[in-house]
Design a protein around this ligand. Structure first.
Ligand SMILES: CC(=O)SCCNC(=O)CCNC(=O)[C@H](O)C(C)(C)COP(=O)(O)OP(=O)(O)OC[C@H]1O[C@@H](n2cnc3c(N)ncnc32)[C@H](O)[C@@H]1OP(=O)(O)O
Ligand SMILES: O=C([O-])CC(=O)C(=O)O
Length: 384
């Protein structure tokens, strides 16, 4: 009798759903051939250059850019939500020292739902308020947990300052350098949405069961954590640290490629050219590293890029230079993926609300490739 199950012999028809269009959406457009990224009709690079993360959040949530009075009212509403519930800070104190920041935000974001004043209200206005609370509170939660890990007490954000400023301030305990704040705000804009990436799809699948926004965002955080998706930015930093000096990059990368190891920060399901965000982030790192007087990580990243491009047809993605950008800001690598979650929360929640606007349960089929005619044999007989 056969004792083990045999592995599947053929691949599903559309592995990874690479060729499947799963929904209509007017939030984000990607041209993977030409390398273009558009939020609600506006080029994301133009928004990154001229706008602010708060304005882009308004655009993604409401579908248009605000007039001045609308934006001021929106910012006033945001300020009112800019604090963590005391119960959440108590929960943060209870995590074991070994819990990574990404594991902590997965659990703590889920817990935030219990203290949301709109808990149980599933209307559109309540969902928008929840989306805004999540976007304001996730950075505070990441900063508070990091301070607790370092043996420091969490500190309150300063009303009147934006999300980028207050994340850096509540993390580092001092007003951020304006150059760093500006670069961080730009990075938040460039990560805010990306169509049906894995974490957004996870959020939409959960939302499509008519589950709540906190459950949907928690699903998304779980998907973002993996190294094939958001977790890649931390892996890029680990690779930079492993390499240590630019002149060692070529040897280490060639060895990895020879061993068929995928290099984090390269490859993308949609882009068949350089990810349009890469150049803007590359230039931000170049100027920030030089202003901070340490360009070693930038130089290593450039070497990694040169060798991978010489050896493969695989282009860099958004994560490649993000690692040395955040490192030039003095941020620890284990916060890189949680930072991705700060900006993508805007995209996730926009998609969740869009899903609810025209909902149908998301439930694809599997191509069954196992047997169908087996008969039950008792455990005694099977064990003979
Ligand atoms: C924000 C984001 O989520 S961006 C993506 C972040 N993830 C990473 O940076 C992790 C490294 N990259 C990867 O693992 C992949 O490129 C993914 C997961 C992003 C995309 O995967 P897929 O769309 O399934 O592409 P797939 O894995 O089939 O790659 C296509 C080809 O490019 C090669 N390739 C893809 N990525 C890489 C890489 N990072 N390093 C080396 N080769 C690569 C593959 O080996 C494959 O080559 P082959 O056709 O000769 O077998
Ligand atoms: O779109 C994807 O597959 C990955 C992603 O989230 C991004 O590139 O920002």
């Amino acid at each position: 009798m056969k004792k083990t199950c045999s592995p599947p012999e053929s691949k599903p028809t559309d592995a990874g759903l690479a060729d499947t269009v799963a929904c209509d959406s007017d939030i984000c457009f990607i041209d993977g051939k030409e390398g273009r990224l558009v939020y609600r009709g506006y080029d994301a690079l133009e928004l990154a250059e001229k706008s602010s993360f708060e304005e882009v959040a308004y655009l993604l949530w409401y579908g248009c850019l605000p007039r001045e009075t609308e934006f001021n009212a929106f910012l006033d509403g945001l300020r009112a939500s800019m604090a963590l519930p005391t119960e959440t800070v108590m929960i943060l104190r209870m995590f074991p020292k070994t819990a990574t920041p990404m594991e902590v935000i997965r659990t703590a974001v889920s817990s935030l739902g219990h203290w949301d004043p709109d808990s149980g209200n599933t209307g559109l206005s309540a969902s928008l308020r929840k989306a805004q609370r999540l976007t304001l509170r996730i950075p505070l939660l990441i900063a508070a947990h990091q301070r607790l890990r370092e043996g420091l007490e969490p500190i309150q954000p300063i009303p009147g300052h934006g999300i980028a400023y207050n994340f850096l301030y509540t993390l580092q305990g001092k007003a951020p350098d304006p150059l760093v704040e500006q670069a961080f705000d730009t990075a938040l804009i460039l990560h805010a949405d990306h169509e049906l990436n894995a974490s957004t799809f996870a959020a939409r699948v959960t939302a499509a069961t008519l589950s709540d926004i906190y459950s949907s965002v928690t699903s998304a955080i779980g998907a973002l954590k993996g190294p094939l998706h958001g977790g890649a930015n931390m892996e890029v930093m680990q690779l930079i640290e492993e390499i240590g000096r630019p002149e060692l990059a070529e040897k280490i990368i060639l060895e990895k490629l020879a061993n068929k190891i995928k290099i984090p920060g390269f490859g993308h399901r949609v882009y068949r050219c350089e990810d349009p965000r890469v150049n803007m982030i590359r230039e931000l790192v170049r100027s920030l590293s030089s202003a901070m007087g340490d360009s070693n990580n930038f130089a290593i990243t450039q070497e990694i890029e040169r060798v991978v491009l010489e050896q493969t047809k695989v282009f860099p993605n958004v994560d490649l230079y993000t690692a040395s950008l955040y490192s030039a800001m003095g941020l620890p690598p284990e916060l890189f993926t949680p930072i991705f979650a700060i900006s993508r929360t805007v995209g996730w929640t926009s998609h969740i609300m869009e899903q609810w606007g025209n909902n149908r349960l998301i439930r694809p089929r599997a191509e069954y490739i196992g047997p169908t005619d087996l008969h039950y044999v008792s455990i005694e007989e099977r064990s003979r």
